[in-house]
Design a protein around this ligand. Structure first.
Ligand code: 26Q
Length: 819
């Protein structure tokens, strides 16, 4: 059995911590010799780079030691394959995890530089769309914290997720250019490069040989990720595409200089840009190229590492666990089969045993339009050998299906790797299921639903593979760093144990009624809100009162996430205030942020509606500041770090059954915001953790949503039954908020009323009434702050350290104990 590889997550010993003066000397040395500036001429960016290089030295020490330890112990390694890593900034994270905050802050102060301002210089590494990418980032940090030896594998996109600017309510996408200022965290590894083939033909019958028509190089770039306590660092290895030959010599010599470069540009486009859609798998060839490119490079790399150390592929499952983050890397299953059979001479059955023993797959969605399928003709052209293997695999699998008692054509069609309905397509979810020994959903409800729906038949055939691993978040980034004030208050109340042991947060429960503590927490919140109010004023020019209830919904814009419900509430509340201007209304600031996929028309329409409504409400003197609506542009990780600690109310209002888990919900609750939400995703478990009295649950359940769909109910009756909803939708419908173009939202409102696909009309009244309950609690600060503290106290379990420990123990067969 493998040795227990996890380490106690205590901090670095004080002896290894530099003094402020030492730290200053290190930073000055970097500024001088690496950045090439003298202090008098150094810009904020220069100071950032110098500090990052100085801190990086400490990370590298831990990193190299971790590498040596990992090699010597022969411990099993985890390979986390993800097309997205939504890292955000790294400097603060590295400083915090290494325990260097004090010396670095003081070192910079000696030079008259403010650490917080300097951290703002760092561009976000936005190599992901949203939840799935951010989860990968939290996981790799937690694996480092727990001392699990791991590599994160992904793509080094030259351009991450687009920058969102809003032009008169309309989202525009600008290219993101995070590498243009230089990346102090990465190490280019020219020598670690693998050829990746595309196209061509396959020869041979027993021993097959693929002769690709085209080969490109995958070059490694390594970023060390240090864990909490600073004792272990793992590698994030991102692949960059490079042409095998820098330019086409023959063409160049003919005098066609541009033509000679054209191939290179085409080749290197594979790692050029992140696909910005998180909603539909549209089947673009470049996307399939990206998936195969990084899956193949990662598998070649880990196989080479294993062969160098152990000399045989037979032991691969003892030493290697490969986690597929959704189906995006699922072609890796076939690539591993190909490498084992065609390059290492392993026969089919043995190759399949090894492959399935190594692979496991996390599903993040039930939405049919988000399930990946690839057209067979495209796969045959781009990956002919892989398609052969898929056919053979499917033949064996269908044979197994046919052998089942009561097998029929319907069952064969439902479980086949090839979908035959809309042109023949390869089902990547089915492939990921077949090729993995473990499949997991990301919340209890989501896992129950995948068992019942998309994987029902496969589960019946290959039972026992599905389990739940409820998502988590790293508290180090999302509480300790994002909300140092609250962190200090908690430390003063229950001591520092919770900093390394998330369950120790439960200790706060006993203090939830302590009025002094409540007051400290509310003062800290006010300070966070004042800071956010400044950001709001600077970015969008709207002045908001920090005394108002901050009601926040930040996430990708999606119909199922129902930002529209929130905007409808704003409209209904606006109308209610106008109708009774003398009433004692609870002042509210509604804050929205999030990006829409560039091709998602309805989502962009929602952004525009929010802006149109905001313009009217914010300018109406009759409202007198009692309601404001703010849309903050360009939501990203670092903006999230500023918004979440300033939230009083967290909006988690997806149509029940549609949000796989959510992770923003956990971040808000940890920071003491109360949730208004549906019984969807991890909200269900958050309710259980914080207690039903400390969360505002409303709306249809997943079961009820299914039932309504089944009966094909339109929303007419709901709208008719709700004067409030009727008044709000009518106003929008007739252009009250878009006088220049009165019918801008007519069809949007009609569709909601006619089809109500996302149950907005069905849930509206209950939502509005629940918001009134929020107001009632807000008027009672003692009860509100009690509930807030009980949220923070209750959600310790949602630490990604806990999630990773579950993956390690139950899927990867790597024993891990939490402190
Ligand atoms: C697929 C094919 C082609 C192009 C793009 C994609 C693609 C890219 C990203 C499909 C989906 C995504 C992202 C999905 C995602 O972020 N899902 C979220 O995952 C979180 C972590 O598990 C959950 O908390 C959220 O509920 C889920 O929506």
């Amino acid at each position: 059995m493998d040795a227990v590889v996890n380490i106690e997550p205590f901090s670095r010993s004080p002896s290894s911590r530099p003094t402020p003066a030492e730290m200053r000397d290190r930073i000055l040395a970097k500024l001088t010799y690496q950045v090439g500036k003298s202090p008098a001429w150094a810009s904020p960016r220069d100071w950032f780079l110098a500090s990052a290089f100085a801190v990086r030295d400490f990370v590298v020490e831990t990193w190299l030691a971790s590498g040596r330890r990992s090699y010597a112990s022969e411990a099993k390694r985890v390979y986390y394959l993800s097309l997205e890593f939504l890292i955000g900034r790294l400097l603060q994270d590295a400083i915090g995890n290494l325990g260097l905050a004090e010396p670095v802050r003081e070192a910079l102060l000696m030079q008259g530089v403010d650490l917080d301002a300097l951290c703002e210089q760092e561009p976000d590494a936005a190599l992901g769309n949203g939840g799935l990418g951010r989860l990968a980032a939290c996981f790799i940090e937690s694996m480092s914290t727990l001392g699990v030896n791991a590599f994160g594998y992904g793509i080094r996109y030259e351009h991450g997720l687009f920058r969102q600017v809003i032009d008169d309510g309309v989202q525009q996408e600008l290219p993101e250019d995070w590498l243009s200022v230089g990346n102090p965290w990465e190490f280019e590894r020219q020598e670690i490069a693998y050829p990746i083939g595309f196209g061509g033909i396959v020869t041979g019958h027993i021993q097959h040989q693929w002769h690709p028509a085209e080969r490109i190089l995958a070059v490694a770039y390594d970023t060390p990720v240090v864990g909490g306590g600073g004792l272990h660092a793992n590698t994030l290895r991102l692949w960059s595409a490079r042409a095998m030959t820098p330019l086409h010599l023959e063409t160049f010599n003919r005098g066609d200089h541009e033509g000679a470069l054209r191939d290179r540009v085409r080749t290197e486009s594979v790692s050029r840009v992140l696909y910005p859609g998180d909603d539909s798998a549209s089947g673009q060839e470049l996307r399939l190229r990206q998936e195969y490119f990084f899956a193949s490079a990662s598998l070649q790399d880990l196989l080479r590492r294993h062969m160098d150390q152990f000399g045989t592929v037979q032991t691969l499952p003892d030493k290697v666990a490969i986690q597929l983050n959704d189906t995006h890397p699922a072609i890796g299953i076939i690539e591993l089969m190909r490498l084992l059979m065609d390059e290492h001479g392993v026969e089919w059955d043995e190759a399949w045993r090894i492959t399935t023993a190594c692979m496991s797959y996390t599903n993040h969605t039930l939405l049919p339009e988000a399930l990946e399928t690839w057209p067979v003709p495209l796969m045959e052209r781009l990956l002919p050998r892989h398609m052969q293997i898929i056919y053979l695999l499917n033949a064996r699998h269908l044979e197994h299906v046919r052998a089942q008692p009561g097998a029929n054509d319907e069952m064969l069609a439902a479980t086949s790797l090839i979908e035959e309905h809309h042109g023949r397509r390869v089902r990547m979810g089915h492939l990921a299921f077949l090729g993995s020994h473990a499949i997991n959903g990301v919340s209890a409800l989501h896992t129950a639903l995948i068992r019942r729906s998309i994987f029902h038949d496969l589960d019946a055939l290959y039972g026992g593979r599905i389990s739940n691993k409820t998502n988590g978040i790293t508290f180090r980034r999302w509480l300790h760093r994002a909300n140092p004030g609250l962190t200090r208050i908690i430390t003063d109340t229950i001591g520092p144990a919770f900093l390394t042991d998330h369950e120790a947060l439960h200790g706060l429960t006993a203090h939830a009624d302590d009025l002094g503590l409540q007051q400290s927490a509310s003062r800290q919140r006010l300070a966070n809100k004042q800071k956010l109010a400044r950001v709001i004023r600077e970015r969008v020019g709207i002045t908001v009162s920090s005394e108002a209830l901050f009601d926040v919904q930040v996430k990708r814009i999606h119909e199922y996430k129902r930002q529209i419900l929130n905007v409808l509430h704003a409209v209904a509340l606006y109308q209610a205030i106008l109708a009774e201007p003398g009433r004692d209304w609870v002042p509210r600031v509604k804050i929205l942020a999030g990006k829409a996929a560039p091709g998602y028309r309805v989502a962009k329409q929602v952004i525009r509606l929010a802006h149109d409504v905001a313009k009217v409400i914010n300018a109406d003197p009759a409202i007198d500041g009692r309601l404001k609506l703010v849309f903050l542009p360009n939501y990203n990780v670092s903006l999230a770090e500023q918004i979440i600690p300033a939230a009083d109310l967290s909006e988690q209002v997806s149509t029940a059954g549609m949000e796989a888990s959510g992770t923003g919900n956990m971040k808000f609750a940890l920071n003491g915001a109360l949730t208004i939400g549906t019984l969807d995703g991890a909200n269900v478990e958050i309710r259980d953790a914080v207690g039903p009295d400390n969360i505002f649950i409303f709306g249809l359940t997943a079961e009820e949503v299914l039932a309504r769909r089944w009966h094909g109910l339109a929303a007419h009756d709901q709208v008719a039954a709700s004067p409030r909803l009727k008044k709000a939708t009518e106003a929008i419908r007739w252009g009250a908020f878009s006088p220049g173009e009165p019918h801008r939202y007519t069809s949007m409102m009609d569709s909601m009323i006619e089809r109500d696909t996302f149950m907005v009309a069905s849930d509206f009244d209950n939502y509005f009434e629940t918001q009134e309950a929020v107001d009632r609690l807000w008027r009672d600060p003692v009860r509100w702050w009690r509930a807030s503290l009980l949220n923070t106290a209750g959600v310790g379990w949602f630490s990604s350290d806990r999630t990773i420990a579950e993956y390690a123990n139950e899927i990867w067969n790597i024993p891990v104990t939490l402190s």
